[in-house]
Design a protein around this ligand. Structure first.
Ligand code: SF4
Ligand code: SF4
Length: 429
């Protein structure tokens, strides 16, 4: 079916563990008793939204509570109908520091607010507060206003991190909505072609999207591209290389080669904003790992404490050592079960204790070099950082490292390569 498989150089094939949730249809988590919504929902280098409500205000579900006023910023909406109880700084799960959050208590009266109908599709996407939902959280309206022409829109259905199946379920259950969202974005970009990229082992999603593509009657050309299942194919640069054979230059972003990449759930959120006037205040999250009793795919209100989500999934097993937002390779460990979800929370993974092997000396096996999708020399970079030769490491391409973790995953000496690169990059800022 669909012929040739696409791929890119390097990468790894970790065990997927997707069987834990791939057959779990999306369920809706009951409305939480309260939510803690951070005003900072965009990428760490972006700016926080500015509060436009105050403690004591009554807000409707979908009502704007924060205005996106910075250069890289996006509005924030209330995920529930309730009363604003507090606006103050709380520990942010991704920024690693305190940040302004809005604590809203649920009134349960179901009052909702929609986007104004008279806006253009691009304005609705901006006003809906849509950001990249694959984890990057870059404001979508900015991505849809590129400084150079774009000929191809790629919908990234390559959910390549182990355990995560939320995008997969959205493609299986909402193929028409995904294609409508894609068409809207292609029209805004004036792109002539839309590629939906899916990994070969996601058969139900391939069938679901494939059958709807056949019935598309549009001037825009839709193409389903099947790729080998490999990590990190979901990375923008790898995906563009695999599907179009175009190379995004070092330090540049996809529009330099005429491409815009959007995640599946972002595309679904665009559909909801444009066709249903619905702001982004909920998303599908995969709850999985060996530490959860009933793994699930859940539609969750942004700002829900993860302990409410864990309880709905039958609670956690004994010995849970780590809770991660996102996938096991690029995700971030969260400090406590009271942490609230964000717009970019793709998964909540719970892992029980595993004995970590101590790091040994490099044996110069070269495995890290062969798997690096950015063609870097991880063992050499590591040595430079160890010797505090940061300028040299930058010359060797440190800033091109996408922190995918392939090198550390494959290293037989268990050297913390990616941690060292992250630390060196943060040090250089
Ligand atoms: S973490 Fe960086 S150095 Fe390691 S494989 Fe990925 S891109 Fe290469
Ligand atoms: S994989 Fe590990 S042991 Fe092998 S060369 Fe790279 S750093 Fe050294």
């Amino acid at each position: 079916m669909f012929g040739k498989r696409f791929t890119f150089p390097g990468g790894i094939k970790p065990k997927s563990y997707k069987e834990l949730t791939k057959n779990c249809p999306i369920e809706s988590l009951p409305e939480p008793k309260s939510v803690l919504v951070f005003f900072h929902q965009v990428i760490p280098t972006g700016s926080s939204a500015v509060p436009i409500v105050k403690p004591g205000d009554k807000v409707k579900k979908g009502e704007k509570i924060g205005a996106g006023e910075g250069k890289i910023s996006s509005p924030v909406h209330s995920p529930i109908s309730g009363i604003v109880r507090e606006i103050k700084e709380f520990p942010h799960p991704v920024l690693g520091r305190k940040s302004l959050g809005c604590l809203i208590e649920n009134l349960g009266d179901g009052e909702t607010a929609l986007l104004p109908e008279n806006l253009s599709p691009w304005e609705k996407i901006r006003e809906a507060g849509i950001v990249g939902m694959g984890g990057a959280a870059f404001p979508t309206y900015l991505k849809l206003n590129p400084p150079k022409p774009v000929d191809t829109l790629i919908i990234n259905g390559c959910e390549c991190e182990p355990y995560l199946t939320g995008d997969f379920r959205v493609m299986v259950e909402y193929p028409e909505e995904v294609l409508l969202g894609a068409k809207v974005m292609a029209e805004i970009l004036k792109a002539k072609k839309v590629i939906i990229a899916i990994e070969e082992d996601r058969k139900e999603a391939i069938e679901s999207i494939g059958s709807k593509i056949k019935s598309q009657n549009s001037e825009i050309k839709f193409q389903l591209v099947i790729s080998h299942a490999k990590y990190p194919l979901g990375g923008e640069k790898q995906l563009i290389k695999a599907t179009l054979k175009r190379e995004v230059p070092s330090g540049k972003i996809p529009y330099e080669v005429g491409v815009c990449v959007q995640n599946v759930q972002t595309t679904f959120a665009v559909y909801e904003a444009v066709f249903c006037n619905k702001p982004l205040y909920e998303r599908v999250v995969t709850v999985s790992g060996d530490g959860i009793n009933k793994p699930k795919n859940l539609r969750v209100k942004i700002g829900t404490e993860i302990k409410e989500i864990i309880d709905f999934c039958g609670g956690m097993k004994d010995g849970v050592e780590k809770i991660i937002f996102g996938g096991p390779l690029m995700g971030i460990a969260v400090p406590s079960p009271s942490t609230p979800t964000l717009k970019a929370t793709t998964g909540i993974l719970l892992f029980t204790r595993k004995k970590e092997e101590p790091a040994r000396d490099c044996i110069r096996c070269g495995r890290c070099v062969s798997v690096c999708p950015m063609h870097l020399l991880p063992s050499i970079l590591y040595q430079m950082i160890k010797n505090e030769e940061f300028a040299k490491a930058k010359e060797e391409g440190l800033l091109d490292c996408i922190e995918c973790g392939c090198c550390a995953y494959t290293c037989p000496a268990k050297i913390g390569l990616v941690e060292s690169f992250k630390m060196a990059k943060a040090y250089g800022k």
